[in-house]
Design a protein around this ligand. Sequence first.
Ligand SMILES: [Zn+2]
Length: 102
Amino acid sequence: MDSYVELFRASNSIEANAVKGMLEQQGILVRLLGEALGGAAGELPVDAQQIRLLVQRCHITKAQQIMVRYQQTMAPWQCVDCHEQNDGHFELCWNCGSEPVN
Ligand SMILES: [Zn+2]
């Protein structure tokens, strides 16, 4: 049977959907729990939302390996222009819009 187990807790729906898309590219079905809270996003601070990602039990090992790689690529980076710290998922500096230099 397709019982679902919790893989990960995302702090917001943007992160949850990013992870979901990444897993689905690998052929892993994902369910999100808690996303309904997003309907009240205008009233709640984003941090108050927590979204649980569930995957099928038969996919949990593969999904966990993908998450390890994901969290490695999410390492924060520092902007060379303004020296602000950026979360790894930012493609551009949140402060000045510069691209990370690798
Ligand atoms: Zn910057």
